[in-house]
Design a binder for this molecule. Structure first.
Ligand SMILES: *Cc1c(COP(=O)(O)O)cnc(C)c1O
Length: 407
């Protein structure tokens, strides 16, 4: 193992693996027959989207599943389906990605943010304090950190809060053996390129509630063809609702579903491969002076598709120096403390439309929060290199005294 402190990492942080050959073949079949619209099926044919819905329902153990155009669309649909109305307050995480408060805003509803802990999960005390202000919690398992779902559900049940889960980063994860997304009333997943399955854009929604399922399917633009779904409630449920629910088109098409089905078949192995990479980075960074790692509870079976660590209470110039020095060695870290939103990263105080109140606890966490993607195109050896570089640069800045009070 090299201990050269000037080595440079040359991997590409945004390069995914290719689509599995079975997905390419299935996509070519769809292109060959031309029936891309999910309801455009030959007599007796079950379309790729309906099959994907059946398979994803089985994967999560949910009764119903709907595939849609994006993760953000799935969230907005779930919120509509559970009855959120314009002007309603919806509780959600202060630490999440822009499409989450954006989905609330899409309904004319108002996000009310809940603080984040040093474990990067929603602060359950703050949630309990704010529980009376809303009837829905949009819970975002941001960057794959699953909080204590037992206590969270106790708080929500005691306060009559309906839970909609954003599982964009927890597809394939579990809390005490329960798949992520199976605690709340409805869960939403993304199949956008940077998530755990890749169809460019796409989303999935699962629920056990027949009314939420039927409303979601009607909302997604099922016209009156809901009987062509693979994991939907009985037609009677739709009969009750079909004249009441607007069509807000956001369907998935057969091409994307064809690409996704072979990826779902290998998802558990992919998740294990991500977490193996995560564990290598974590090991390499353990006991780095000045760097706080995030303890992962044993109840959580997470998917390590990205890595987070904290430069807690560091002055801003020290954080910037670490970022610059890592970048100079090819290691792309995102910083959630950056004053202006950059690329995919923004934080609650950038979402002016939600008129957020200052959140001192979240500000402290986000000001020190480093974030790194771990695409599966990185080898375990790459992960050793990444950790070695980050460790060296954090240590150098810390020892020079720019990392904090001490020198
Ligand atoms: C990506 C993402 C979404 C939504 O995904 P899109 O498919 O891009 O709309 C929602 N929540 C989180 C935390 C995400 O990272």
């Amino acid at each position: 193992m090299s201990t050269d402190r000037t080595d440079v990492f040359t991997g590409n942080f945004t390069q995914q693996e290719p689509i599995p050959q079975a997905g390419i073949d299935a996509a070519l079949d769809v292109l060959g027959h031309g029936r891309l619209h999910r309801y455009n099926v030959a007599p007796g044919e079950v379309g790729e989207v309906a099959l994907l819905e059946q398979e994803f329902a089985a994967f999560t153990g949910a009764r119903y599943c709907l595939a849609v155009a994006s993760g953000g669309y799935a969230i907005a649909t779930a919120l509509r389906a559970v009855g959120v109305r314009p002007g309603d307050t919806v509780l959600t995480n202060a630490f999440t990605l822009a499409p989450v408060p954006g989905a609330i805003a899409a309904l004319g509803a108002v996000p009310r943010f809940v603080e984040v802990t040093e474990q990067l999960t929603i602060d359950l005390d703050d949630l309990a304090a704010k529980a009376g202000e809303a009837s829905v919690l949009l819970l975002s398992h941001m960057r794959g950190h699953v909080g204590d779902m037992d206590r969270l559900m106790e708080i929500c049940d005691a306060n009559g809060l309906i839970v909609v889960e954003d599982c964009a980063h927890t597809m394939g994860a579990q809390w005490r053996g329960v798949p992520s997304g199976r605690h709340g009333a409805v869960a939403c997943y993304s199949t956008q390129t940077y998530k755990h399955m890749n169809s460019g854009e796409g989303g999935l929604l699962v629920t056990d509630d027949e009314e939420i399922a039927a409303r979601s399917i009607l909302l997604s633009g099922s016209y009156m063809l809901y009987e062509r779904h693979g994991a939907a409630p009985a037609p009677e449920v739709f009969e009750r609702l079909k004249l009441e629910v607007p069509n807000i088109s956001g369907r998935m098409d057969n091409l994307r579903a064809a690409i996704l089905r072979p990826q779902l078949a290998i998802l558990p192995a992919q998740c294990a491969a991500w977490t193996a990479r995560y564990r290598v980075v974590e090991e390499g960074l353990r006991n780095t002076p000045g760097l706080t790692l995030v303890d992962r509870p044993t109840e959580e079976a997470f998917v390590g598709s990205s890595f987070q660590a904290l430069l807690l209470d560091w002055p801003e110039p020290g954080v910037r120096e670490v970022l610059d020095r890592c970048a100079a060695r090819g290691v792309e870290l995102k910083w959630f403390g950056v004053p202006e939103p950059v690329a995919f990263t923004s934080r609650y105080c950038h979402w002016n439309y939600a008129a957020p109140e200052p959140m001192p606890q979240s500000d402290r966490i986000l000001a020190g929060l480093l974030d790194m993607r771990l695409p599966l195109t990185f080898s375990l050896e790459d992960c050793v290199t990444l950790a070695r570089i980050i460790r060296a640069e954090v240590s150098a800045v810390w020892q020079a005294g720019t990392g904090g009070e001490r020198g």
